[in-house]
Design a protein around this ligand. Structure first.
Ligand SMILES: Cc1cc2nc3c(=O)[nH]c(=O)nc-3n(C[C@H](O)[C@H](O)[C@H](O)COP(=O)(O)O)c2cc1C
Length: 184
């Protein structure tokens, strides 16, 4: 079965990003595509451009294996001081290196970024993360607005009706496109 990984860059294991991603995962699964929410919380991913063959003890290899196996990749996290949280960008840069050293496994994967914040910086955050998708030959569907959700305390983001409507439609587009491209 085709699969989508939703990778959260939030340090909060039950925060807004995870809650939004769980809802998006439900939508993807309802379309008949498997979905798994993963979190960088507690992993302490090392900021290194290590060759893939060097084994790290920080759990990143497991993430790489799961992402490599999936047809879809959605990433996201909270806005911190106007930009995407650093931990997520470290993970994306490590992933880029792993893909470059392993037959460009990111190419053709379908997905895109989501940014969640209290008030500002979500659009610049998704623009930053989009650079990763477009460089790596990935396919990014649209939605009816940008993938930005507003909320501060855990539980607030899923109450942002317009933000949730946008990311839910994005999740539907990701699943529909995966079925068209990968499922006969
Ligand atoms: C250190 C820090 C910096 C933040 N900076 C911003 C910001 O620049 N813009 C914004 O809209 N929200 C900002 N926030 C709020 C978070 O993005 C918001 O609470 C988000 O919903 C948290 O998501 P999470 O629960 O998934 O971690 C900041 C929060 C923290 C802790």
């Amino acid at each position: 079965m085709a699969k989508v990984i939703l990778l959260s860059g939030s340090p909060n294991i039950n925060g807004n990003t995870i809650q939004v991603f769980k809802k998006m995962a439900e939508i993807i699964e309802a379309k008949g595509v498997e979905a798994e929410v993963l979190s960088l919380a507690g992993l302490n991913i090392a900021d290194c451009m290590c060759p893939a063959k060097i084994k790290n003890e920080d759990g990143f290899d497991l993430l790489v294996a799961k992402i490599k196996d999936a047809e879809g990749l959605i990433v996201g996290g909270p806005v911190y001081w106007g930009t995407m949280r650093g931990e997520l960008m470290v993970a994306l840069q490590r992933l880029a290196m792993a893909s470059a050293q392993d037959n460009n496994f990111l190419a053709g994967k379908i997905g895109g970024p989501v940014a969640i914040g209290r008030r500002g910086g979500q659009t610049s955050s998704i623009q930053e993360a989009l650079m990763f998708y477009l460089y790596h030959d990935m396919i990014v569907p649209g939605s009816t607005y940008w993938n930005i959700v507003f909320g501060k305390a855990p539980g607030e983001a899923i109450k942002d009706e317009e933000g949730m409507r946008t990311v839910i439609h994005f999740a539907e587009n990701v699943a529909n496109l995966i079925k068209k491209v990968y499922v006969q």
